[in-house]
Every structure is written in C-alpha cells, then in structure tokens.
Design a binder for this molecule. Structure first.
Ligand code: BDR
Ligand code: CA
Length: 313
C-alpha cells in the first residue's frame, strides 16, 4: 500500500516530538506533507521552533514546517509549562534549528493541500488544540469532504480530565475549535486520555529507548525522563503517558488499538465542564456517531513498534 499522505498539526511538547519522530521514521507508512505548528503547550514562537528542532533531530531538515494560529478562536491561550517545561521540550539539550520556517501560513497550507491533492487522500493528524484545523474548515468549508480522515489526540471519557476535572488539555484550550472539527463530517478517530494513559513509559521502556544508542534514542529518553515527573506525582503512575505518538502509531498499525464508533460532542457553554468531550460510549442517546473513540491499546506492541522505528533515525 502507498504511504498515507499526512499533515501533522502540533504544539511540541515532548510527546508531540516523539509522534513526529515516529512519523518521520516511517516513510513506507506516512508521507509527511507538512508540519503545522499551533499555540498550545507553549506559545507559537516556541512550538514552531520546537517542530523544526525535532525535524533536525530526525535528520529530516527538508520537512516543511509552517507557523499557524497563535491563539484560540475565542479565548485566551492556556499553556502547559507545568508539564512540558519553559521551552516545551525541556529535557535534552538540543541545538537551535537552522532549517527555515515556510513563508505560507499553516492554515493556508492546510487548505491548499486539501484542494490540490486528490479528494480523500490526505489525513490530518492534530496533536494540539484544534485552532488551525477549525480555522481552515471555517475559511474553506469545501475541504471537509476532501479529508481522508482526522486522527487526533484529545478528549477523555472514563479518565475525564487532566487540565480541569472535566476536560483534557487540547480540547479545553480551544473548545470552540473542537466543536467545529467534531461537527465537520469528515471521518474522525480520537485518541483520548482513556487510551493514552495506558501508553506509559515505564522504566524498562525508557531504558529500551536509551539502549538504541543514538542521539534520537537518548533525546527521547531524556524527554520522557523530564515530563514523567509531573504524571508520576499527579497520578502515582509508573511513568509518563505518551499521548501524541498514539496518533502516528495508529496510522502504522491500527490493530494495536480498539474503540467504538460513537457520538462525541464538545461542551462550550459551562464554566465547570468547559471543553469536556461528552462521549456517548454506552449509546444512551440517538445522536449520530461522528467519531471512532479509542479505548484500549496493546501497550507492549506500541512500545515495541516505537523503539524499532526510532532506532532507524
Ligand atoms: C495533550 O496535551 C499536551 O500537553 C500533550 O502534548 C498532549 O497533546 C494531552 O492532554
Ligand atoms: Ca500535543
């Protein structure tokens, strides 16, 4: 099968970085048409810089990186330095990028690509707040029908929230954008906290990254060393959840994941539950299904795949 054409929309973030590295290490599965940066974990000047740092770490400086929206559609930006550190990529010491940022705005790139490529051949992989994707859909509604699939990290049902008691970070930061995306009609696959909290970098799994013995293996081990301190303290878990790589791993081997095709709506009105993904997991409404909501992962298979692919870089 020909590699899937993808656009990675991202706010790196250590786990975003690992997701990007997995994609760049897997050309037989994914053709990365571009990486579009959005404000999220840290402000936009850092996310677009971090995206380029990661491409250079992967020795793929020809990857096209675009800068996108610097603030949510209708709200002030909320960031997550408490998880990812001041730079967003705290942990390893990595050089400033020398590869250029593309001149075109990320939103224009998303629109142009979907209009230029054959319908149904481009997959969007959002790993951060959905501002760039929603802006593209608002500005060019014709692109919705041309999207092959949107595979995104965001939301939660059984795990409820991580940034508030009710909401997951990516959806909470721009709930209006999430509402637009979940209503757009394109096929959507969601990697919520319900699954990403099962993708934990335990000490042996991090040792395996380090044992790759390359700058990439070492950098990934140092990134997870850094951000696991937050989740260990908060959840008492055995390691950090690798949220965003679930998206790119799904594109390589969907059989690692199981979920349900259900209705998912986004709360945008309540102060208390703003950004909640109201997922009809049990089918108690007659609202039409609009997303495949993933619930489980073969975590050993996922980490074996990740380690094997990262070793290629
Ligand atoms: C999501 O929020 C960010 O902190 C991570 O990069 C991930 O995309 C998890 O809630
Ligand atoms: Ca992210």
């Amino acid at each position: 099968m020909a590699p899937r054409k993808i656009i990675i929309d991202t706010d790196p973030g250590q786990d975003d970085a690992v997701a990007i590295l997995l994609a760049l290490a897997s050309p037989e599965d994914m053709d990365v048409l571009g990486i579009t940066a959005v404000a999220g974990n840290v402000p936009l000047p850092l996310t677009e810089k971090n995206a380029r740092i990661v491409c250079e770490l992967a020795s793929k400086p020809d990857t096209k990186v675009f800068s996108g929206c610097d603030a949510p559609l209708a709200r002030k930006l909320v960031t997550a330095e408490h998880v990812h550190g001041k730079t967003g990529l705290d942990g390893p010491t990595l050089p400033d990028p020398t590869m250029p940022l593309q001149d075109q705005h990320a939103v224009d790139f998303i629109i142009d690509t979907l209009r230029t490529e054959a319908p149904g051949t481009v997959t969007l992989c959002p790993l951060g707040p959905l501002t760039n994707i929603a802006t593209a859909l608002e500005r060019a509604p014709d692109i919705a029908d041309r999207i092959q699939e949107i595979v995104l990290m965001g939301g939660a049902y059984f795990e409820v929230g991580n940034i508030t008691p009710a909401a997951e970070f990516n959806i909470y930061v721009d709930p209006e954008a999430a509402k637009i995306v979940f209503a757009c009609g394109a096929p959507i696959t969601v990697m919520p906290l319900d699954v990403t909290h099962k993708a934990l970098v335990t000490p042996p799994r991090n040792d395996a990254f380090r044992a790759i013995g390359t700058p990439v293996g070492e950098a990934v081990a140092e990134m997870t060393d850094f951000f696991e301190r937050f989740d260990k303290e908060k959840y008492g878990s055995d390691g950090a959840p690798l949220h965003d790589p679930c998206v790119t791993a799904y594109l390589i081997n969907p059989d690692l994941f199981t979920g349900r095709h259900i209705n998912v709506e986004i709360e945008t009105a309540s102060d208390l539950t703003l950004g909640m993904t109201v997922a009809d997991w049990w089918g108690v409404t007659d609202r039409p299904a609009n997303a495949t909501f993933i619930g489980d992962i073969d975590a050993d298979g996922f980490f074996a795949l990740l380690t094997e692919r990262l070793a290629r870089l």
